[in-house]
Design a protein. Structure first.
Length: 194
């Protein structure tokens, strides 16, 4: 599936949620093509909820799914997701929040950027935040992600200059015992921050 299908799903779901007063920030790899112009294969849409919870407001989110005929379910972390059909393709939209292994510090969410998709404005995390979140995941998949991203960033054609101080600041938002590990994972994938 091309990135257009995911951006359409973002506009559709984001428009509905925003229209119902739900605050959110785009936190996944979708920010790479949409906010940074990086050619990237996207697999889903990740929205981090800022003022509602799918745990405490489950009926609200389920009601939206029924109203728009979207399938919904719950992931391994207890968060809800929608499955939205766009141009005959099923796109998964994860509604994330700080549950179980998912933890995104408020400082990262508050330091978001704004980008436009088809005339609609969205907030998204910065590329520096995506790097820190992926390093914290500590999976083989996350490591491969960072290695591919390091190659893209190294290409002068992308025009991406990382703010290394911002990366360090984001790392420092996590408990002290996690910081060295996150830093090490970032550097071993070829993204040098010191």
């Amino acid at each position: 599936m091309g990135v257009g299908v995911y951006s359409s799903a973002l506009v559709r779901v984001g428009g509905v949620l925003g229209g119902r007063g739900v605050g959110f920030v785009v936190v996944g790899s979708l920010i790479l093509p949409l906010a940074y112009g990086v050619d990237w294969v996207v697999h889903d849409v990740d929205l981090f909820l800022t003022n509602k919870s799918t745990l405490t407001d489950a009926e609200f989110f389920e009601g939206i799914a029924r109203e728009f005929d979207w399938d919904y379910g719950f992931n391994a972390f207890g968060g809800m997701y929608y499955e939205v059909v766009v141009n005959g393709e099923v796109v998964r939209v994860d509604l994330m929040e700080n549950l179980l292994d998912v933890y995104i510090p408020e400082a990262i969410i508050n330091d978001s950027i704004v980008f436009k998709v088809n005339g609609s404005e969205f907030k998204g995390i910065r590329i520096e935040a995506l790097i820190v979140l992926k390093a914290r995941e500590a999976t083989d998949e996350a490591e491969e992600f960072l290695e591919r991203l390091a190659e893209k960033i190294a290409d002068p054609g992308t025009g991406i200059e990382l703010d290394k101080a911002r990366i360090i600041n984001y790392i420092n938002q996590y408990p002290e015992e996690e910081r060295e590990s996150i830093k090490h994972k970032i550097q071993t994938t070829g993204i040098y921050i010191e």
